[in-house]
Design a protein around this ligand. Structure first.
Ligand SMILES: CC(C)(COP(=O)(O)OP(=O)(O)OC[C@H]1O[C@@H](n2cnc3c(N)ncnc32)[C@H](O)[C@@H]1OP(=O)(O)O)[C@@H](O)C(=O)NCCC(=O)NCCS
Length: 171
């Protein structure tokens, strides 16, 4: 995983406007290149946003973003359609948790996944997120704590996942 730059604008726009991503998003609409450029510049300039590009064999295959507010990070994940279903989404989430433990600005991570988005829900659960009993409209709420204060820290499952899946990611 590496930090995103302005040069990743096209990849990030394609991931954002991918039909599945739009279908399972809150707004259910795509964004224009101009909207996207402005959004990306703002996010990259904001220290409370962590945005990484996942690479496999030198190719960019996905993104994961965490927007932190008051110690709580909201996670967004997308994998390129051609690379889905191979364990990369789960591996990227595990790598993101590792990075966030070192970033130190969040004690909780939270994600909203459409209740029909099975792959997303399973990827988050595999990365140590717990599905909350309550949902918000059509969205399941998934959460996990990170870091020593959060109480979970690294456990053997995290470490095994990292060793076996990061950075290669496939299984
Ligand atoms: C959701 C997404 C990130 C998952 O990434 P991925 O690399 O395909 O996921 P993985 O291969 O790591 O699979 C994760 C889990 O979902 C399961 N899964 C994968 N594809 C699936 C599918 N089409 N239907 C049902 N389950 C599926 C896998 O078996 C795995 O479960 P397991 O670990 O319990 O066996 C990817 O599908 C995506 O980018 N979708 C569009 C954007 C999106 O929905 N983002 C999430 C918003 S919250």
């Amino acid at each position: 995983m590496r930090p995103a730059t302005e040069d990743d604008a096209r990849l990030l726009l394609d991931l954002r406007n991918d039909p599945d991503a739009v279908r399972f998003s809150g707004g259910r609409t795509g964004v224009t290149p101009a909207e996207h450029r402005e959004w990306l510049s703002t996010r990259l300039a904001d220290p409370s946003t962590h945005l990484w590009i996942a690479e496999q064999a030198g190719d960019a295959v996905g993104q994961v973003r965490v927007d932190v507010q008051d110690g709580s990070g909201t996670v967004s994940l997308a994998i390129a359609p051609s690379h889905r279903g191979r364990g990369i989404g789960s591996a990227v989430l595990s790598a993101m948790v590792y990075e966030m433990e070192h970033a130190g600005d969040a004690h909780t991570l939270r994600a909203m996944a459409h209740v029909e988005n099975t792959a997303s829900i399973r990827a988050f659960v595999r990365a140590g997120f717990h599905r909350r009993a309550l949902r918000e409209g059509e969205f399941a709420v998934l959460e996990r704590t990170i870091g020593r204060e959060g109480g979970t820290g690294h456990n053997q499952v995290d470490i095994d996942l990292r060793v076996s899946r990061y950075p290669g990611g496939t299984r």
